[in-house]
Design a protein around this ligand. Structure first.
Ligand code: KG4
Ligand code: ZN
Length: 339
């Protein structure tokens, strides 16, 4: 393969780490198409069933790939490089994307670039988008998803320093597990958010203990809500039904307050004036509202477009772009990493 270096390569990006099959086409850091097939197979099970996820990726991958090319109006022979998620995630899910990426790279005779999923959430802010400005370096990024809750100090695309994180459950996991206790289907985070919008966030007092430094803990909150619900249902079997919106709003406020408090600690610790949020939970309306409020306190805040919050392949592509510029290509023998 003769690699002709380009400043704006045509990038095909593939994401399959969990339950979203996603393919995007980018020209440099600009997104030409961004297609996601979200799997509905898991909603009855209260969580992602790994075997079902792998099977759905197998079914969705080729149609999603063809749709991404069609939407971008790009032929496969114009692709210069393939970027794909190599982890963390579910092994079966990662294997589908990895195998597809490798096969396509061999067939098209183009280089391959492995991308870390969490790094991709953090660097989604570098996607060039007419609607939004990009942060400059350094920035603090709160990455909140179903599997991860971490704070990073981002000095450059290749220098992303973890500065804190959850010691137990991720914020998205807390949203989903509490939503499940309330009888909401998986993933419960977005549903809980919707119900919370009609509720009183100060009706019930819950606590998410503030852990030392800039770390988080959410498993205590989950247990506290469980005990609170069990006790309340004993007094009134219809308690959840009667108070659903207020419970959702109160839980949401507790999680968002903890996220914001530690983020502010991190910003002060690093004397950093730029703050970004990333990952599925950054779609949460209360979190977005609280982050916007930091604007008034003199911080420059960056909130991703909804399509770049939850799992997507555009964010994989933008990391691929920066790695391409640094010639950080991957061998065909590289294997997925679940952690
Ligand atoms: O980043 P993501 O799409 O996948 C992972 O890498 O985990 O994040 C999914 C998580 C789920 O826990 C989902 O419930 C949560 O993000 N989520 C939300 C909202 N939208 C997605 N949580 C609260 N409010 C939302 N609006
Ligand atoms: Zn994610």
């Amino acid at each position: 393969m003769l690699l002709e270096e380009k400043q704006s390569p045509m990038i095909l990006a593939i994401e399959s780490s969990c339950d979203d099959t996603a393919v995007a086409v980018l020209k440099g850091a600009k997104v030409l198409s961004n297609i996601v097939a979200s799997q509905l197979e898991h909603s009855d099970f209260g969580g992602v069933v790994p075997e079902l996820a792998s099977r759905a990726h197998m079914q969705n991958m080729v149609p999603v790939y063809l749709k991404a090319l069609e939407m971008a109006q790009v032929n496969a022979d114009k692709i210069d490089v393939i970027a794909y998620t190599n982890g963390p995630g579910l092994m079966g899910s990662l294997l589908v994307g990895t195998s597809f990426a490798k096969s396509l790279a061999l067939a098209l005779d183009v280089p391959l670039i492995q991308v870390n999923h969490i790094e991709a959430h953090v660097l989604a802010h570098l996607i060039q988008n007419d609607k939004q400005s990009n942060p400059t370096f350094p920035y603090v990024c709160l990455t909140v998803s179903g599997g991860h809750t971490q704070l990073f100090y981002v000095k450059s695309p290749s220098s992303i320093i973890p500065i804190g994180g959850t010691i137990d459950d991720a914020a998205g996991e807390a949203f989903d597990k509490i939503a499940k206790m309330l009888g909401l289907s998986y993933p419960g985070g977005p549903l809980l958010d919707r119900l919370a919008q009609n509720g009183d966030p100060n009706k019930f007092k819950f606590v998410a203990p503030i852990y030392k430094h800039v770390d988080f803990t959410f498993s205590g909150l989950k247990t506290a809500v469980l005990y609170f619900l069990q006790k309340s249902i004993k007094d009134d079997v219809a308690f959840i039904e009667k108070n659903l919106n207020d419970i959702c709003a109160s839980v949401q406020k507790t999680i968002v307050d903890a996220l914001m408090k530690q983020s502010l600690n991190a910003l002060n610790k690093f004397s950093c004036k730029q703050f970004a949020i990333a990952g599925g939970v950054s779609a949460n309306s209360a979190l977005r509202f609280a982050v916007k409020d930091l604007d008034k306190k003199g911080f420059d805040v960056y909130i991703p477009d909804f399509q770049f919050c939850t799992d997507n392949a555009a964010m994989i592509g933008v990391v691929g772009y920066y790695k391409y510029l640094d010639k950080m290509f991957s061998s065909i023998s590289v294997t997925p990493q679940t952690k």
